[in-house]
Unconditional design. Structure first.
Length: 216
């Protein structure tokens, strides 16, 4: 039976950096024989972050978010998956609001506040977290470490991949404002060289997510 890998795009821009890297990672997982179940958070039904209802803390709903909205099918799919690939651009030094909404719901449903059993997640799966950013690759190490540690604790062992200094526009000259802090030629050159290498790395990491976690 093939592995089921849930792929989540928490970025809004179709065909751009986050979408491209997530797609390549998904192709890698598919190349390793996995079945891909994909969600684009900016294109699903309306949803919110955690509403702090504490329904998931009741015994009969243990480990399950009881809030019913567009994220319900995403959470249900992750709960049955063999792996998770999730990516987001960095906006204002954080992941997108869409990412945060899913992150809150995904983590809090498994958090118990019980020292003996702090996590009730019964489906530990590997995670590949991808972040794209206009800043250098090393700019958000503290942020990423926090996400990596929390995802590893409540979802499963998490690998992080960052693509920084990304190309934002196909033609910077067409903006109404002059974006003088950027060198469009250098951005394009990096996109044509380094970003293409990153796409191949994302493919390999998606493939490894499946291969390294196959059971015999």
């Amino acid at each position: 039976m093939s592995k089921k890998i849930v792929v989540v795009n928490a970025g809004p821009r179709k065909g751009w950096n986050t979408d491209t890297l997530i797609t390549e990672a998904a192709k890698g997982a598919e190349n390793a024989g996995a079945e891909i179940i994909r969600f684009d958070l900016f294109r699903i039904d309306k949803y919110t972050g955690c509403i702090s209802c504490f329904g998931c803390k009741k015994e009969r709903f243990k480990g399950h978010c009881v809030c019913k909205d567009g994220l319900t099918t995403v959470l249900d799919a992750i709960r049955k998956a063999d792996g998770l690939i999730i990516g987001s651009p960095n906006y204002l030094s954080e992941m997108t609001a869409a990412f945060r909404a899913l992150y809150e719901r995904l983590i809090f449903q498994s958090l118990t506040y019980n020292l003996e059993t702090p996590c009730v997640n019964q489906n530990v799966i590997p995670v590949l977290l991808i972040m794209t950013s206009n800043a250098p690759d090393t700019a958000y190490q503290g942020l990423l470490k926090n996400y990596q540690q929390t995802l590893s604790r409540f979802v499963g062992p998490t690998e992080v991949f960052v693509s920084g200094n990304t190309l934002q526009l196909s033609d910077y000259s067409k903006t109404d404002w002059q974006w003088s802090m950027f060198d469009p030629a250098a951005k394009q050159e990096r996109h044509d060289t380094v970003f293409q290498q990153e796409c191949r790395k994302a493919f390999d990491m998606g493939k490894d997510l499946v291969v390294d976690n196959m059971t015999t």
